[in-house]
Design a binder for this molecule. Structure first.
Ligand code: AMP
Ligand code: MG
Length: 266
């Protein structure tokens, strides 16, 4: 599925990209659940092979505004995989230890090993997003990071990591709905951070930061995908489809035993 792949561009305007497309699944939510189940079965089969083969490494990077659906995507798309071959790394505010290192230090440790899928819930991109918008570091510091990030990701892909970068694209109105739900649902209130509401006022600044970060780091080896995420069911199908296609291209296969299986007496 290449329809949401950005490719290499000079400039990005997020408002030119849909937040509520349905083209992969025009028949709506009911039909999407069946399609998602089918894709997830394929994903499971591919992942079992990937894990057995111990050859390929898949890194999925999830970014998006608050409430864009990073947690939900992880649950709904990756929930059915074999936990032995998957790990989720969530990057919140850096700890004192993390801050005493370079910003890629905590990231590099979570990069998948052979046979593994790693899912990043936020990532090193926060170091050119939150850091920029909240003025945690001066521009001369974060501006250099686009090049570091491209070099870092190039090194990883040269070393055999496949990188899928996903921006979950929601509208400002949809975010308002979701924040209201968080506020009114006791099961979701824990997720409502006062900072998120402050960040909401900074929305145009985040848009600007995302547009520059995505445009500058959408490379041939690690392009960005801008997934319409206003509808959760659609987002799930679109992400699952993208991951399935990425894994299928790797053609993971069960390793052939290097001994004579027939000769083994059981
Ligand atoms: P959540 O994803 O809701 O748990 O929130 C995590 C918070 O950590 C968000 O507000 C992020 O912007 C913030 N965060 C993640 N990485 C960094 C970073 N490198 N520097 C500053 N803030 C960060
Ligand atoms: Mg949050």
């Amino acid at each position: 599925m290449d329809r949401y792949c950005l490719g290499q561009v000079k400039k990005l305007r997020l408002e030119d990209w849909p937040t509520d497309d349905k083209s992969l699944c025009p028949d709506g939510k009911e039909a999407s659940l069946e399609l998602l189940a089918k894709i997830k079965a394929e994903l499971y089969d591919l992942q079992v092979r990937l894990h057995a083969e111990k050859k390929h490494r898949l890194l999925v990077i999830l970014q998006g505004m608050d409430t864009a659906g990073k947690d939900g995507t992880i649950r709904h798309v990756f929930g059915g995989l074999d936990p032995q071959g998957v790990h989720v790394a969530t990057f919140g505010k850096p700890t004192a230890l993390e801050l005493s290192h370079d910003y890629l230090w905590r990231i590099h440790q979570e990069v998948p090993a052979r046979g593994e899928i790693a899912i990043f819930n936020r990532s090193h991109y926060e170091d050119v997003l939150a850091v920029r918008v909240r003025h945690l570091k001066p521009p001369q510091v974060w501006k250099k990071r686009f090049d570091h990030i491209n070099d870092f990701e190039r090194m990883l892909t040269d070393e055999g990591v496949s990188i899928v970068k996903i921006f979950l694209h929601i509208s400002l109105d949809e975010q308002r709905e979701r924040l209201l739900k968080r506020k009114n649902d006791p099961r979701k209130q824990w997720k409502l951070m006062p900072e998120d509401v402050k960040d909401r006022d900074l929305w145009p600044h985040y848009v600007e930061a995302y547009e520059e970060a995505i445009a500058r780091t959408s490379t041939a080896h690690a392009p960005w995908h801008i997934i319409p995420a206003n509808r959760k069911w659609y987002r799930n199908v679109a992400v699952a489809d993208l991951i399935r296609d990425t894994l299928a291209k790797l053609k993971p296969t069960f390793p052939k035993p290097d001994f004579d299986v027939a000769a083994i007496d059981i």
